[in-house]
Design a protein around this ligand. Structure first.
Ligand SMILES: [Zn+2]
Length: 662
């Protein structure tokens, strides 16, 4: 997971983010997903809150050494320094307003304006993230909560008061802008973002229409908020009594836990049926919410002159729709390794019938605990193939004060990496010594290194990278860690657990997300073609997809087809999940070219150099171009097929290891 900060200031935000429909939130939380981890942030947080309350009495005062905690003094030593920056920022925001009506006059005024705006943007990272991160460490921190609210209100006002910026920039003819940039070196760093504005110009309407549309901004967020209320506040999950007599409500959290740990198939079936029945019970409401979300997307696409909802979603990053179509086509037609894994699991687990609820339990009993300091060392050693410079930067990234390691009272759940511009990246963990957590550490450090390299090598204007490339850096490092740990263990059970971890990455991140992406496209096309959208129609798409992906390797459980109602991403951010799959595919290609010894040493070196250049390039080009420059072309079948072949290889290894312990 990577926490991305999207502050609605600056050219990029005003020009690109704000013209795209709704983004009332200032932060987009992006999640690392394995299929069983598809829990909306909110749901997860709620459950954590509840659990914490229950545990209150048990909670002993655990003293965590400072070296395992964030040192937020690197940002501000105290609130009064924060306050000072806030005041300065407000002052600059006022100054920006004075430029209204003047920025198209000449390149000097325009440059001055951009530089001022940039100063606000730079400062906003620190000013926003300081209270935000304090609150993440302790949800009960009142001061942090209040100051966070202040800053969010300020950003929201600023966003409204600078709504004129993009339209006014676009009154400057493109040719004029090009000649300004040519003659004025100070404008160079902004070139890419400025040209992006012109690229998307055809989708920005005249001032009158834009104003009209803006009245519907909040209304467009209705499906999302209704979904969230239904799924977190109003929903009532049924209770299950297990064989050992324990009773649990089948919430998202409990359900995932049972799926991953309960070794009794009967128990898992009960949990599965009960959890999914809740969504089935509400299917008409979920269907109506989703239908309105689809209708909104279609309305936005038509209003903004896009030929389809898919094009509207992808155009922002200049991703051709063929990339999306290629992905879902290749994943679906290359699902043989996925079926092979299901059959293999069935055999290893000794099950007569294999169901979707059998897909997450471990193949072997492996409970090893990994101390944090060892985990850190593993991750550090694993990235050696990336070279000396990368290693020495990694050393800094894992040093004291950058990672908040352990769980503590009031701390938010999950893990993320966030760059505080002008300071350094920080990572939040809830380290619990499991193998999965060792991989999470490698994953977040992958993001952190990407942030470090981009910030060092790019001007501020282009230091931020898109999600489309973000997960390449993180999954690549996970893959290196797998190699390293496989090499360094002789315990067959550990090897199997490691392989299972890697396989889950491919089945959960690549295949499952492609399946979901396929569903989204089909659902949107219903509306585009004027066809009825009913819960049964949506469920039919899902069940057909399951058949295409899993064939008869997994038994059909009819209730599973309601899955579309329990995926928050469908309701919160349409056409988003495909990026997990494309990133995974890209990462597989890089991994192969850099480590596969069937390539010559020179070829591997060149591949590595290109990969590092990608990590250093932030957001200096459209992501597809960035990847192409690094040698990965996602519009080609072979690129996407690489990951499916990778799975086959891992399955070979798994079979070998299993045979050893038979
Ligand atoms: Zn991530």
């Amino acid at each position: 997971m990577k926490k991305r900060i999207l502050i609605l200031t600056g050219i990029l935000a005003l020009g690109i983010a704000s013209h795209f429909y709704i983004n009332q939130n200032y932060i987009k939380k992006e999640k690392k997903i394995a299929s069983q981890k598809m829990i909306s942030q909110k749901v997860q947080e709620k459950e954590v809150e509840i659990e914490e309350k229950k545990d209150e009495i048990k909670e002993a005062v655990v003293k965590v050494e400072n070296k395992y905690k964030w040192n937020l003094n690197d940002i501000y030593n105290n609130w009064s320094l924060w306050e000072k920056d806030l005041i300065q920022m407000e002052k600059m925001m006022e100054e920006i307003k004075e430029y209204k009506g003047k920025i198209s006059e000449n390149s000097e005024i325009f440059t001055k304006f951009l530089k001022l705006q940039e100063k606000v943007d730079i400062l906003s990272y620190k000013v926003y993230l300081y209270p935000n991160m304090k609150k993440d460490l302790n949800g009960g921190d009142q001061k942090a909560g209040e100051n966070l609210q202040r800053i969010i209100t300020l950003f929201s006002q600023y966003s409204t008061s600078t709504a004129w910026v993009t339209p006014e920039i676009l009154t400057i003819p493109r040719e004029t802008m090009v000649s300004w940039i040519e003659k004025n070196q100070d404008l160079k760093p902004y070139e890419f973002n400025l040209m992006e504005l012109y690229r998307l110009q055809g989708h920005i309407l005249d001032a009158k229409s834009e104003k009209l549309i803006s009245y519907y901004g909040q209304y467009q967020g209705a499906p999302k908020s209704i979904y969230s209320e239904l799924s977190t506040t109003d929903i009532k999950f049924g209770e299950v009594e297990f064989k050992d007599g324990t009773k649990l409500p089948m919430t998202y959290g409990n359900y995932s836990k049972i799926m991953a740990t309960n070794l009794d198939q009967g128990d898992r079936k009960k949990a599965f049926d009960t959890h999914y029945k809740t969504f089935e019970d509400y299917k008409n409401t979920y269907g109506a919410i989703y239908r309105s979300s689809l209708q909104r997307d279609f309305a936005v696409a038509q209003t903004r002159n896009y030929s389809s909802t898919l094009e509207a979603a992808l155009e922002q990053n200049n991703i051709p729709t063929s990339v999306y179509e290629n992905l879902i086509e290749v994943a679906k037609t290359n699902s043989e390794p996925l079926k092979r894994y299901a059959r293999l699991r069935k055999e290893i687990l000794g099950l007569e019938n294999y169901h979707s609820y059998d897909g997450s339990i471990p193949l072997v009993d492996f409970q090893k605990e990994y101390e944090y300091d060892d985990a850190k060392q593993y991750v550090y050693d694993s990235i050696a193939p990336l070279g000396q410079d990368y290693s020495s930067k990694m050393k800094t990234a894992i040093s004291d004060g950058w990672i908040d390691v352990y769980e503590s009272k009031g701390k938010r759940s999950g893990a993320y990496s966030v760059g505080v511009y002008g300071v350094h990246p920080y990572m939040l963990m809830n380290y619990n010594k499991t193998l999965d957590n060792v991989f999470t550490l490698a994953h977040e450090l992958g993001h952190t290194m990407h942030t470090l390299l981009s910030s060092e090598n790019q001007p501020f204007a282009t230091h931020g990278y898109t999600i489309f490339v973000a997960e390449v850096a993180s999954t690549f490092n996970e893959r290196l860690l797998l190699d390293h740990m496989l090499k360094n263990t002789t315990d067959p059970k550990e090897k199997i657990a490691l392989l299972q971890q890697a396989i889950r990455g491919i089945t959960g991140t690549f295949y499952f997300q492609s399946l979901l992406a396929d569903y989204e496209l089909q659902a949107h096309r219903l509306v585009e073609d004027g066809k009825p959208v009913t819960p049964d129609v949506l469920s039919k798409i899902m069940s057909d997809l399951f058949r295409e992906y899993y064939g008869d390797s997994v038994e059909t459980d009819k209730i599973m087809e309601i899955l579309w109602a329990r995926i928050p991403h469908f309701f919160n951010s349409p056409y988003y999940v495909y990026q997990y799959a494309t990133c995974f595919a890209s990462s597989s290609v890089f991994y192969d070219r850099i480590t596969n010894e069937s390539y010559s040493a020179k070829e591997r070196e060149e591949a590595l150099a290109k990969y590092l250049t990608l990590l250093k390039s932030g957001g200096n080009d459209n992501p597809m171009n960035q990847l192409k420059k690094a040698g990965v072309d996602l519009s080609k079948r072979e690129t996407v097929e690489a990951v499916t072949k990778d799975l086959d290889k891992l399955l070979d290894q798994l079979e070998e290891e299993i045979n050893l312990i038979k």
